[in-house]
Write a protein that binds this ligand. Sequence first.
Ligand code: ADP
Ligand code: MG
Length: 362
Amino acid sequence: MAQIDIRNVQKFFGHLQVLKDLNLTIKDGEFVVMLGQSGGGKTTALRAIAGLETVSSGQILIDGVEVQDRKAADRDIAFVFQSFSLYPHMTVRENIAFPLRAVRMNAADRDKAVTEVASTLQISQHLDRKPSALSGGDMQRVAIGRALVRRPQALLMDEPLGVLDAKLREQMRAEIKRLHIARGSTSVYVTHDQIEAMSLADRIVILHDGVLQQVGAPDEVYLHPTNLFVATFVGSPVMNVNGVRIEGNSVMLNDASRGFTFPDPVLAGLSGGAGGITMGVRPEAVLLRHEPAEGYVQAVTTNIEPLGSHDIVDAQVDGAVLRARTESGFVTGEGQTLWVRIDPAQAHFFDTATGLTLRGAN
Ligand SMILES: Nc1ncnc2c1ncn2[C@@H]1O[C@H](COP(=O)(O)OP(=O)(O)O)[C@@H](O)[C@H]1O
Ligand SMILES: [Mg+2]
């Protein structure tokens, strides 16, 4: 187990800068998930930690020792790839034992280590089979077993569940978490799936265009996004985002003349740049009623998505549409009149031009 420090890391492929001044400390025993869109630099960052990719400048430290110039084999870090990458001609046992043979561990110790890791991953019954006889989930268990068997200092996983179907992905996600808790290994897990990130991570690291956007516990990132990218990338359905005009205690969507009333302190001191202010509100913070009430604005429904446990309702207010999360069956059809309020405690304000979060006086 180990602490990993990434300091001022830059990575260029030719003229293309893929990592832009990356700084991050991954604590001993921590489970960090790197989250972002495709092309954001996640795989490159992970490969750089493992030594499968060089860095253009900056340092990578494992337990305080600089390793950026060391080969992958000398870093004691295990890597699980998205594709299973097992040796097809070897049995599961031989696949898992492979890294131990490479370090010339004796046969008895090797057998003991393989048996133990196979039991942890619940693949003991497959040890004498070839990978081609296994299901996708079991193949990925073998790949994880092969990575863990050496008891590496850190375990890096690059979208390891990406090729599995949704149900198996959910099951494996729970197993990876259980395994992490049991082993306590420092883990870095890459995904573009925000739900996977929220469910697995001690801390989420959001990477976009090679730039680190925010590092924080899942609820911190969800409740206090530092910018519009994070705000709209994390959370499903996506946060409602609208340009707003603020007048006194009132927030007007776009060019509307009617506004949502906010309590005094929320809006105090908010000021956007030349591009104005953008308000972000998650669907659960858009509150609907069937009758008018203080603080509610009249709206009309334009679309309903029944999702079983709840519905997502689109409510049009003047020129804007707010998506609201409601109990199932709260609204029965399109074209229905209802009243909308925004929970002031759950409203986010951003500088439209920079995308950065704005904090009011409170
Ligand atoms: N070996 C390479 N040579 C040139 N460009 C690369 C190479 N590997 C990745 N890239 C580019 O670097 C950027 C980041 O890629 P990657 O780290 O794979 O992102 P992610 O894993 O977040 O999808 C992309 O624009 C990709 O095309
Ligand atoms: Mg990738």
